[in-house]
Design a protein around this ligand. Sequence first.
Ligand SMILES: NC(=O)C1=CN([C@@H]2O[C@H](COP(=O)(O)OP(=O)(O)OC[C@H]3O[C@@H](n4cnc5c(N)ncnc54)[C@H](OP(=O)(O)O)[C@@H]3O)[C@@H](O)[C@H]2O)C=CC1
Ligand SMILES: N[C@@H](CC=O)C(=O)O
Ligand code: NA
Length: 433
Amino acid sequence: MNKRMNIGLLGFGTVGTGVLQIIQDHQDKLVHQLGCGVDVKKILVSDIEKKRDVNVAPEQLTLDPQEILDDPEIDVVVEVMGGIDDARSYIRHALENNKHVVTANKDLMALHGSELLQLADKQNCDLFYEASVAGGIPILRTLVEGLASDRITKMMGIVNGTTNYILTKMSKEGRMYDEVLKEAQALGYAEADPTADVEGLDAARKISILGTLGFSMNLDLNDVSVKGITDVTSADLHYCDQLGYTMKLVGIANRCGDKVEVSVQPALVPHEHPLASVDDEYNAVYVYGEAVGETMFYGAGAGQLPTATAVVSDLVEVLKNKRLGVNGNSVVIPQFDKKLKTDEEIYSKYFLRIHAKDIPGTFASLTSLFNEYGVSLEKILQVPLSEGTLAEIIVVTHAVSKKNYDTVLEKLKSAGVVVEVKSSYRVEGEMKK
Ligand SMILES: NC(=O)C1=CN([C@@H]2O[C@H](COP(=O)(O)OP(=O)(O)OC[C@H]3O[C@@H](n4cnc5c(N)ncnc54)[C@H](OP(=O)(O)O)[C@@H]3O)[C@@H](O)[C@H]2O)C=CC1
Ligand SMILES: N[C@@H](CC=O)C(=O)O
Ligand code: NA
């Protein structure tokens, strides 16, 4: 196969520019691996006059998607424009025209991945999306191929760089949330509207994709319970450090038997857990497999060249498959029906911080309530508050069902000795399964 391969790029922003750069800079390696060169024939943009940071011939740019989607000389379409509706319709159009597709679009794959993968399967086309989760970390390929023989029971991911940057700077440098968020935006980690980052939605999209592939079960965004970092305070970070934990926004996908739980929340992980040392904008995905045991994959979760590396690696796989005549075989259709755990079946340890009256009988009434719902305490810390009549009480529970813990939390809010429930977080990383 000596003919050069043509690709069409939908989008030429941060990632698209990086894709062109890697294809140009690594052409020798591509030729060595594929036996032919790769050309970017056409690039879809929304503003043709915009000044570009890279060398691109004006005739390479177009405002018309059909020039890519209907061009019989284009073998692979790379979607790096983002958004949902246009991206979905262009990818469908490309697949219907028997073109293979590579995308970095987590928003789209978390919402419509199942539909698009089925279409790719029907068309005998490849549809790869490695860049959509944890940018440059090759985690999707690892789940599908590297751990193909194992049964994965747990995944915990720090999969949002913006929130990891904010929590790191707040806990290690004592800085304020608003100031660090602005810095993360300026550094280009955050989405255009950072709400999706700080409210946990971006991480939820990524953990739903990880859960779907890791558990071979069709999980979507609605299956993920989501809590972001906007309520985390410096007091929480202080006490969690004092008790031996680091706070991280963690996407969790757990399987027990044939049932799963998928969630995103700020959670406390022990200082010695490998996720605790993943700082700043870095991402990491911890995977526990019954046979392999603990593994963790670490690297840049965003940014131009790390993300573009994942896109171009997908492209190499598509083109290798094309050479072997086996496209479409690697489309992953889930094996199992979706079964979600109920709140009675989700077990976790919890960190709880309350303000209570500093009077005789406070602890007796708290422990009696905990006892009534089978909540056993592992760690207790009490600090008198400057007011003199109030105490800050922090407890870490043993593992308890979500159902019982939530009931206790509700009852604490109206317990006479409790002035305010200040915060509550899951404690993760001590039970592997
Ligand atoms: N940036 C990152 O670090 C990461 C990004 N991703 C994903 O990669 C994708 C691209 O992200 P990124 O490169 O940052 O985005 P940018 O906003 O930097 O670039 C988007 C590009 O798409 C073009 N575009 C957008 N909408 C349209 C449209 N309707 N018609 C034609 N052109 C359009 C824009 O055109 P123009 O240039 O003319 O404005 C621009 O070139 C997203 O899905 C994102 O979630 C995934 C992981 C990390
Ligand atoms: N906003 C995202 C960018 C990559 O997906 C993040 O902060 O990780
Ligand atoms: Na990745």
